[in-house]
Design a protein around this ligand. Sequence first.
Ligand code: ARG
Ligand code: ZN
Length: 497
Amino acid sequence: MHRRITVPGALAAACLLLAIPASAASHSPGAPGIGDPYYPDYGNGGYDVSHYDLRLKYQPATDELEGTATIEARTTQDLSSFDLDFLLDVSEVRVNGAKAAFTTSGQHELVVTPRTPLDKGTPVTVVVRYRGVPSTKSAYGFTTWHRTPDGAVAADEPEAAWWWFPSNDHPLDKATYDVSVAVPDGTQAISNGTLQSTSSKLGWTRYNWRQNKPQATYLATLALGKFDITTGTSEGGVPVVNAYSKDLGDNDGAARASVERTGELVDWLSGYFGPYPFASAGGYVPNTTTGYALETQTRVYYSPKQFANGSNASVVVHELAHQWYGDSVSLKGWKDIWINEGFARYAQWLWSEHEGEGTTQELADYVYASHPADDAFWTVKPGDPGPDNQFDAAVYDRGALAIQALRNAIGDDAFFAVLKGWPQRHAYGNASVADFQKYAEQVSGKPLAALFDTWLFQPSKPAAPAARAAALAPGRTAPARPESWRRIEATNDVHAR
Ligand code: ARG
Ligand code: ZN
């Protein structure tokens, strides 16, 4: 794919001399990964993106996606070349207006060599023209682009972007987005944020979506298909946009009975987490066969299967909790996943208590009691689970148990101050488990290193807190299963791909 013009020897040498300024010696290629030990090739080094502008066109009949990505970035080192993460077929790359050389490498790297090297700390505009059939592309042997009978969906974690736009694919590099997609009349294009406008011309309808707050690449979503779109505003004033595939069959009613409660649940969660951080909220239910839901920023992805047993407000609470814990405050490295999943699960426990289906303490006691000490559950360290266990049930359940242990250690006043203060403290940024421990220590005035180590970092079952054991009714050896349990666990899906 590397395009090179062949010219006679002497002329070529002269061109080469002209093309490479003396300073280029100090410029080096940006790293092919951002430095996350869980996923060494994810993201890239040497630059920081501030904005993605995606102008796309999609044909559902053939799964053909084509368009132009314009990326606004700033260099963080002297660069001779840099990578983007991408799988579709690129026809042209321009850097600051000039045509750049490009090639592919590794599993998902697009290597761009600008005509002139880039100095550290300078703004860069990268234009990538591309097309391709995303469903035919894979990396590491898998694809997360989901074809549906009437279109397709991009929504997965941690990989989704490679199939639809070139990016610096790691949560550390958050950016704002304009996503503009033309689809045949009668098909809808759903993405994050606010629908700025639509327009129709010659059989194509263009949807212009805007995400005006920083967003991690895995939280960018795109759904193409025939949807019924509903709009409203929560009592607390948050605009809500939801979308339902017209092809949900028997799950349609339960999907709406769950997702239409988005406004109510955003307002309810605001009571615990503080003001909703984004300009819009909502979710969509495409006709996919997947089992999981995903906290795609402002526009949550739900699988129809989540509603196969009737309505499920609990999964809506989980995904909306992520808007504060995971989306506005994003992890620094993928090992910090507990801040996302532990708290989203804990929000479900709070909802259970609110609904009278089991208190957070009852749920914690049940998790603790239902896994004997030799259960592999306790070998997963929620504070650093490893890439293979990133979405293991232990990250969720042991993770939420750790939060209850924290609450019991610092008391309700400090605990709820932490729960609400954290999303403000790191709004629109990134933070780690270590940052969270520091913050909880600061707010509570208590040293918490031992507690965090026991509940999040030891590969073994913590000793029962004496007070909890005493709380069991006399003669009882195990707590009853709370009524909310099954519905909460249904959020986990089949985490397998
Ligand atoms: N963050 C998602 C959730 O807990 C989990 C996504 C797991 N990924 C997957 N491919 N199943 O809501
Ligand atoms: Zn989650």
